[in-house]
Write a protein that binds this ligand. Structure first.
Ligand SMILES: Cc1cc2nc3c(=O)[nH]c(=O)nc-3n(C[C@H](O)[C@H](O)[C@H](O)COP(=O)(O)OP(=O)(O)OC[C@H]3O[C@@H](n4cnc5c(N)ncnc54)[C@H](O)[C@@H]3O)c2cc1C
Length: 418
């Protein structure tokens, strides 16, 4: 790619991710007279898009009611409420269709390109940016920003080990969770909620899970302190994963971080079934004359549970028949089924989607325009903000929405002089 030589710009966007591209395209499409530059420190743009969704890119989620949509964001939901009335998943679908990409919805609500390839999304964004006249410079990283008190910004950037200076009237920071750029944001007077990981699996070493990797159970209720989630759960070689666990990790991200990922987890393998109800079912099963001489381990009382899991949970009973187990053992089994206690010893990585919570404080940003309330003509979009969603396409949606809003505001010539 040839290097840019121009030093003065109307709009510079730092970060060639989904938020930066969406903003750049929107801005240049609305106002073709503006010269718009995206700078990206990596050698290629849209790196996360390419690896997203296991290479398929889960673009958004089929949830079209802003009030419901915000419930999928452990952080940032309230701020996004109004933003989603302006640009939400329905608009994302239309946007991609207008720009030549058809999307499809899967049975769980996740939306992907019909090609099942994240390259389709990356190429669409790159092509649309090119068509709109947005210039893109890779291998260039922002080092320092100086605000020129209402007259734009002076940027110090680094490209091929050379320091360069650029000037811009408006500046959008769409730098994702990059730690170095957070320091630049602070230097401009903004406050940062300290970043911690979100969306991860739980490491648990427990005899009851041995040999069960790959077993999934649905629906399960998982509880950690006052947090509760319900949904499918997957047993892995290292512990527990699946939607219920990932959601719990997102909502409990800060607490888990503070407790160094050593927390007690309770699993109700029977979804909403209470201890008393489970005990009742077990007692009936026990007293049913045909069961008296059958082994507990091979004659499950709850057939919805995978047989291997039942065996592990009832393992403490040994080879006893139903007719021989004590009241205490029956109660213990009801407990194993409805409030099974595990000690989390660490976190694992959810490879399909990896997200950080924390970032620019939301009360310092106007969510109608994504403009800073601290520095004139400075804008933010995407994961640089203290917003994160659960898995399912919600993280990209917040990047599309905030990028689109920022792009709309950047296109206006208000506040531009010279
Ligand atoms: C493995 C993986 C899979 C994922 N899958 C999904 C999914 O399927 N669906 C979903 O909704 N979400 C998914 N996510 C989350 C999603 O990728 C992010 O929420 C999203 O990319 C955030 O977009 P962004 O533009 O704000 O930031 P980013 O995509 O992180 O882009 C920011 C860009 O800014 C650049 N940059 C940073 N600092 C500087 C600097 N100083 N100078 C120049 N450039 C800079 C970075 O190099 C980067 O390219 C996934 C994440 C990962 C890691």
């Amino acid at each position: 790619m040839s290097k840019i030589t121009q030093t003065n710009w109307d709009v510079i966007i730092v970060g060639g991710g989904p938020a930066g591209f969406f903003a750049g395209i929107r801005c240049a499409e609305l106002n073709p007279n503006l010269n718009v530059l995206i700078i990206e420190k990596a050698q290629q743009t849209l790196g996360k898009v390419l690896i997203s969704g296991g290479g398929r890119c889960n673009v958004t989620h089929a949830c079209f009611d802003p009030a419901q949509l915000i419930t999928y964001y452990p952080r940032g939901g309230a701020a996004l409420r109004g933003a989603f009335t302006r640009f939400q998943p329905e608009d994302t679908i239309k946007w991609f269709e207008k720009h030549g990409v058809k999307l499809k919805t899967e049975s769980d609500g996740r939306i992907f390109p019909i090609t099942d390839s994240s390259t389709t999304i990356a190429e669409c964004l790159r092509e649309s940016a090119k068509k709109a006249g947005v210039k893109v410079q890779t291998g260039m990283s922002l080092q320092k920003v100086e605000s020129l008190s209402g007259n734009g910004f002076r940027l110090e950037v680094r490209s091929e080990a050379r320091a360069l200076r650029l000037q811009t009237k408006k500046l959008l920071l769409a730098t994702g969770s990059d730690p170095a750029t957070r320091e630049i944001v602070k230097s401009l007077g903004h406050s940062i909620e300290e970043p911690v990981p979100s969306l991860f699996t739980f490491n648990i070493s427990d005899k009851r899970l041995e040999g069960l990797a790959g077993v999934s159970v649905e629906p399960v209720t998982v509880k950690m302190d006052s947090l509760i989630q319900r949904g499918p759960l997957l047993i892995t070689h290292w512990g527990l994963s699946g939607p219920a666990i990932l959601r719990l990790s997102a909502w409990g991200a800060r607490t888990l971080f503070e407790k160094k990922y050593h927390v007690t987890l309770h699993v109700n393998w029977l979804g909403d079934t209470t201890f008393d109800k489970a005990l009742d079912v077990l007692q009936k099963h026990k007293t049913w004359h045909e069961n008296a001489r059958k082994k507990v381990l091979t004659e499950p009382a709850f057939t919805q549970l995978p047989a291997r899991l039942w065996k592990q949970l009832a393992n403490f009973i040994g080879e006893k028949n139903w007719g021989d187990i004590s009241k205490a053992e029956t109660r213990k089994l009801a407990g194993e089924l409805t409030a099974c206690q595990f000690e989390i010893t660490g976190k694992g990585q959810f490879k399909e989607e990896f997200v950080t919570c924390g970032g620019v404080r939301l009360d310092e940003v106007n969510f109608k325009t994504m403009q800073s309330r601290v520095v004139d003509n400075l804008f933010f979009a995407g994961e640089v903000l203290n917003i994160d969603g659960i898995t399912g396409g919600f993280n990209f949606q917040s990047s599309w929405t905030t990028g689109w809003l920022a792009g709309s505001a950047l296109s206006s010539t208000d506040g531009l002089s010279g």
